[in-house]
Design a protein around this ligand. Structure first.
Ligand code: BG6
Length: 512
């Protein structure tokens, strides 16, 4: 396999050629909270997958930090199990031996100075023994309240200091970035005190999904769609992220967040930004950020929020033949919780391209199935030279980007039904990743971790995007404050209010 090294590069290859696999230079990844769910289900498996694909450098170290009385052997068993159960690529012993030989574990709590001093010393030792040259990424896979103390420890020990380390130092922060605009600014301020702006990587894992990146290819690599991608042709846009699962054992986090903060603030607004943004002048991180930010800053909320901002909470019901409990009966959820597990909202974008086009966003748990899609619904033809009965089964043309599952793109349009009569009915033309490509899509975390190590920030939201998104969500939260979410039965497509919202605009939600 031909590869490009992230730093030195192969002199025979153009390092800007993005078709070739990119391998970062020698480095360490330090995961705080390495025994947690995210680390076991996503981070460790992604690191295994990257190693299996030959995308990690020979000088690589994965250092776990957690409050466990463990040695490296215990860490290795946890990591092995995580890779076996959750990796995307086949589990192979020889690959695992390579990953296992890169593991280190430091036991300690976040307020334990000695443990951080030890971490600092270990890193320094490894820089010499593994030729890592001071390059390290720190992954904060920990609850946000623990951020300040960990960041302070990094500052105290000088671990975050690029110059002192003689290599790069980067920090990876998981969403949620704060709870509202003020707390997000506070959090960003804290991180910015310790790391330079280019060294902060905020993860929104939706941006790591292949199908989400494909929105940019679809729009800007083709001539077909861009001329009709505006209010002259587009009637409305529907962005849906539906899940059939409930909240599982995440009540501690979820009950204080709710669907709007958990998903709308980040994943859905990022999907909206990619759908609506202007063409960036180039494909680098800064050019894309500028265009996304313009869209996020141009979002408007309708005056009539009672009609256009709907929240719901799932009641008990049936899903896939199983009876499932209501949100209030989930483990550790207070019986009087008013947290929403469903949110739907109508947004506008105040630009010439999008003026008057409603963007309907919805997300919910315990809906009939797991599906994320962006549907661009086109205006109907201004004149139909058919008898009215010929076109009863003709709907609006739609372009649907299927983010997951069944990744691909569908175009819905009317076609003549075969026969001697004239009858037009909707049909679908489908592009399916699985059929058109032999390569399978990497997991979002594989892509994002690799990009952190390469220092490529294209798929990471910046501070200003986070702030702009909170401005929208804060307005919603203020409006909802103290109100009861409308109940919907588990296994149904959300509360009645969401249906009524579209009905009052003369539209219906797609049934994905
Ligand atoms: C996370 C949310 O960001 O995304 C979860 O916190 C949600 O509530 C998850 O379940 C969904 O991710 P995916 O990749 O399975 O669609």
């Amino acid at each position: 396999m031909t590869v490009i090294s992230g730093s030195a590069g192969n002199p025979l290859r153009d390092p800007r050629d993005r078709r070739l696999p990119r391998v970062p230079g020698p480095c360490a990844v330090v995961v705080f909270g390495v025994t947690g769910d995210l680390s076991r289900k996503k981070l460790i498996p992604a690191i295994y997958d990257l190693s299996n694909r030959g995308l990690l450098p020979p000088g690589f170290v994965l250092l776990g930090f957690a409050r466990r009385d463990w040695d490296v052997g215990d860490f290795e068993s946890l990591a092995r199990k995580a890779a076996q159960e959750h990796s995307r690529t086949e589990f192979r012993d020889d690959v695992w031996r390579r990953v296992a030989s890169s593991l280190k574990f430091i036991p300690g709590s976040f307020d334990d100075d000695a443990a951080f001093d030890q971490l600092h010393d270990e890193l320094n030792d490894m820089f010499h023994s593994h030729g890592i040259k001071g390059n390290a990424a720190f992954y904060l896979s920990i609850p946000p309240p623990a951020f300040p103390v960990v960041l302070k420890q990094m500052q105290r020990t000088g671990m975050a200091d690029n110059e002192r380390a003689g290599g790069w130092r980067r920090v990876v922060v998981e969403k949620p970035f704060g709870h509202d605009l003020n707390s997000a600014r506070e959090l960003n301020g804290l991180v910015d005190d310790v790391f330079g702006a280019e060294d902060v990587f905020r993860i929104d894992h939706y941006l790591g999904k292949e199908t989400v990146q494909n929105m940019l290819a679809l729009r800007f690599a083709n001539t077909l769609f861009e001329p009709i991608w505006n209010s002259h042709y587009v009637d409305s846009v529907q962005i849906t992220m539906a899940e059939d699962v409930g909240i599982g054992s995440r009540a501690g986090f979820y009950d204080s967040a709710g669907a709007a903060r958990d998903v709308l603030q980040n994943h859905l607004l990022q999907l909206l930004a990619l759908t609506a943004m202007e063409e960036p002048v180039s494909f680098d991180a800064e050019a894309i950020r500028i265009e996304k930010l313009k869209v996020l800053n141009a979002i408007s909320l309708p005056d009539d929020l009672a009609r256009y901002a709907i929240r719901g909470q799932y009641d008990q019901g049936w899903l896939a033949g199983e009876r499932v409990p209501s949100y209030l009966d989930e483990e550790d959820v207070p019986k009087d919780s008013k947290t929403e597990t469903y949110a739907a909202v109508r947004l506008g974008i105040e630009t010439r391209r999008w003026a008057g086009v409603p963007f309907y966003l919805r997300t919910g748990k315990r809906l009939p199935r797991r599906v994320t899609e962006i549907a661009v619904v086109f205006k109907t033809a201004p004149h139909l030279p058919f008898d009215a009965t010929d076109t009863v089964e003709l709907g609006a043309n739609q372009l649907v980007v299927r983010v997951q599952p069944d990744e691909g793109v569908t175009l819905r349009f009317g076609s003549k039904v075969p026969g001697s009569a004239m009858e037009v009915r909707d049909v679908s033309m489908d592009f399916l990743y699985g059929e058109s490509f032999t390569e399978s899509s990497p997991e979002a975390y594989e892509r994002l971790i690799l990009d952190v190590l390469l220092g490529d920030a294209t798929l990471f939201p910046r501070n200003e995007e986070v702030d702009a998104s909170w401005r929208v969500i804060d307005r919603l939260e203020e409006f909802w404050e103290g109100s009861e979410p409308e109940k919907y039965r588990a296994g149904e497509w959300g509360p009645r209010g969401a249906e009524e919202m579209l009905a009052s605009d003369g539209r219906v939600w797609r049934r994905p």
